[in-house]
Design a binder for this molecule. Structure first.
Ligand SMILES: C[S@@+](CC[C@H](N)C(=O)[O-])C[C@H]1O[C@@H](n2cnc3c(N)ncnc32)[C@H](O)[C@@H]1O
Length: 293
């Protein structure tokens, strides 16, 4: 007897329930719906339909991968971020909803820059899938961006994501160790750098520890290495009224603020994510701030 959508949904649910996953029903819908290209409504209305053998095999392989704790969206190969479906690859971080807070924080600055000078050049340090920069470009057609990463795989994925969303004429990738090979000046520098302390990485959930790339996670002994580097060099790459927008770990607001303060920046905003954790800091150069007040 051939598999149906309903029977495969039941099979996924049962396997995940047996392995004590938190929400087997929801995961089954995402996995089967994602692999068959069906919406939740499609899954419900077409539940009795037969599924081709190769698709059923794909779903069973998906069950095995999930039981090995691979995140659902890695199995599907893509994740939605700020209205864009972004492809993932082995060396890209899976973009998180919390990072949309950084997009929200920076959008007004993108728009204000365009209103002031007719364009907005954005430098995205550690671009991964391109999530932050591509989301900003998708919202403001006069903006353009450079996505920087050390990982060639991430850069290729970011470039493919830009093409998929018709943004490649305004987005370019560059391999660089942070500012190492960057030149020019930008109106906005944005970054969600690696910010997890090296010593706590071993205790993270397997979904993160085993599947997000270490280069995207490890922020050094105190988790702050990348912030120190960005703070030390950002001024040389910023236009006069440029801003820096950063994602931070939930307990890093004060330490990152101090790092930027010591390099002559003033914090102009901090935002919490949907879970209520401190998540985003925005800075501008302090001299400029006192000048314009
Ligand atoms: C936390 S991930 C953020 C990815 C993406 N911006 C996002 O928010 O989903 C950090 C990124 O920084 C990159 N990275 C780590 N060290 C780097 C370095 N020295 N120079 C450039 N990029 C680096 C990683 O490869 C990774 O893509």
């Amino acid at each position: 007897m051939s598999d149906t959508i309903d029977s495969l949904l039941a099979e996924v649910r049962a396997a995940l329930r047996q392995a004590d996953f938190d929400d087997p029903a929801q995961e089954a819908r995402i996995l089967v719906g994602g692999l068959l290209g069906l919406t939740p409504t499609g899954l419900m209305s077409r539940g009795g339909e037969a599924v081709a053998a190769d698709k059923a095999a794909l779903i069973r392989a998906g069950i095995a991968r999930r039981l090995a704790r691979e995140p659902l969206h890695r199995i599907l190969g893509a994740r939605d971020f700020y209205g864009l479906t972004l492809s993932l690859s082995p060396e890209t971080l899976e973009p998180r909803p919390d990072t949309e807070t950084l997009v929200e924080a920076m959008l007004p600055h993108v728009r204000a820059t365009v209103a002031r000078v007719g364009q907005c050049r954005i430098l995205d340090l550690g671009t991964g899938t391109g999530a932050i920069c591509l989301a900003l470009l998708s919202e403001v057609s006069e903006a353009m961006g450079v996505g920087v990463d050390l990982s060639e795989d991430a850069l290729a994925t970011a470039a493919a994501n830009a093409r998929a969303h018709g943004l490649s004429d305004r987005f370019r990738t560059m391999r660089s160790d942070w500012f190492g090979t960057i030149d020019g000046r930008y109106h906005l520098i944005v970054s969600n750098p690696p910010y997890i302390r090296s010593d706590i990485i071993d205790g993270l959930d397997p979904e993160v520890r085993l599947f997000d790339p270490m280069l995207a996670l490890d922020g050094g002994t105190d988790g702050l290495d990348a912030y120190r580097m960005i703070a030390a060099h950002a001024a040389a790459f910023l236009e006069d009224e440029g801003m820096v927008g950063l994602e931070i770990g939930f307990d890093q607001k004060d330490s990152v603020t101090q790092i930027f303060d010591a390099e002559g920046f003033e914090r102009t905003a901090f935002l919490r994510d949907l879970g209520g954790n401190d998540r985003v800091l925005v800075f501008r150069r302090a001299m400029l701030a006192s000048h314009t007040l």
